[in-house]
Design a protein around this ligand. Structure first.
Ligand code: PMP
Length: 319
């Protein structure tokens, strides 16, 4: 899916026109994958545009940076404010926000010193269903990847770091080349891990199973939201190591993620789920989740953050 251009991007404290938000080719992050980023959705709700768990996403950005000793030269509040500003300045009512912090231009060694520059940018643009509208409604066909997720103690999968997405690239590309919408990776022990950019849930009766943090996953914020909603609906939730074969006998399966939201999985390696297409539990969870954004689900956890009418800053570099 290609990017739909918006007007402005926040870069290092300045608001610059979209086309001018460029960086030097010798930036450290470009060479070594030392960039931390987030994906955040803004939904058009009856109360106006609202960021979904915006603060938690920005907190995770700072946690990812900590794992790589990266000092982001702004506070969490400043970056949250900048997210609000980007939605407003680009006149968006629903959006995908992409904050990124990366080691910049100045050093070329693998491990940059404490004075290495850290650049931060935030873009906001419209984005539809990640695995397609039809996929989100009726489910996608997926496969198990021949690529495993990195083993514990190799590279922290809990960081949302650019370098980790080389793994996601291989998983996703292999799946697409073989005619599937997405691939699911196993961890180093052959247990279920996650999709290239999504967490995985199995529905068996009235219980949801999902791989734990120790199975080389990114602990998704959507995953956490679904766990909270499912418990409220009276479902049991088990986070535990899971064998691959559970996929082939599952009642229902689905992915979660900011981009994928809740996307049903209708088959794995050509084996359909027992309840075909989008099953009743997945549909009920979708209704609860998307209900947060049309007002039919009460936002009792205060996950929605109304986008503020921020004071528009002087725009630099605009002709
Ligand atoms: N796993 C990976 C590898 C991801 O890239 C994402 C998307 N950020 C997720 C899981 C889901 O995380 P979240 O729900 O926080 O978007």
């Amino acid at each position: 899916m290609s990017i739909t251009e918006a007007k402005y991007i926040w870069r290092d404290g300045q608001i610059v026109p979209w086309a001018e938000a460029t960086t030097h080719v010798l930036s450290h992050g470009l060479h070594y994958g030392t960039a931390m980023f987030e994906g955040i959705r803004v939904y058009d709700t009856p109360d106006g545009p609202c960021g979904f768990r915006l603060n938690e996403h920005i907190s995770r950005l700072f946690s990812s940076a900590r794992m790589y000793a990266m000092q982001i030269p702004y506070t969490e509040e400043q970056l949250v404010d900048a997210c609000h500003q980007m939605v407003r300045m680009n006149n968006l009512t629903s959006a995908y926000l992409r904050p990124i912090a990366f080691y910049g231009y100045g050093e070329i060694g693998v491990a940059p010193g404490p004075d290495a520059p850290v650049n931060v940018a935030i873009a906001a643009f419209p984005w539809g269903a990640y695995l397609g509208e039809a996929g989100r409604a009726d489910g996608v066909d997926v496969c198990i990847s021949s690529w495993r997720r990195p083993a514990p103690g190799t590279i922290p999968m809990a960081a949302k770091a650019a370098g980790n997405y080389l793994s996601g690239f291989l998983i996703s590309r292999e799946a697409k080349r073989n005619g599937y919408a997405e691939g699911i990776a196993l961890d180093v022990d052959g247990r279920l891990s996650e999709g290239a950019g999504e967490n995985l849930f199995i529905v068996q009766g009235k219980t949801l199973y999902t791989p734990p943090a120790s199975s080389s996953i990114l602990s998704g914020i959507t995953r956490d939201s679904v766990i909270v909603l499912a418990k409220k609906m009276g479902l049991k939730v088990r986070e535990q190591p899971l064998p691959r074969e559970m996929l082939y006998v599952a009642d229902e399966l689905f992915f979660t993620g900011t981009a994928a939201e809740i996307t049903p999985i209708k088959s794995v390696d050509g084996t359909p789920t027992r309840v075909t297409a989008c099953g009743p539990i997945t549909r009920a969870l979708q209704n609860q989740f998307f209900g947060l954004f049309n007002g039919s689900t009460k936002d009792s956890e205060n996950w929605l953050e109304p986008i503020r009418n921020t004071q528009l800053q002087e725009v630099s570099n605009v002709a």
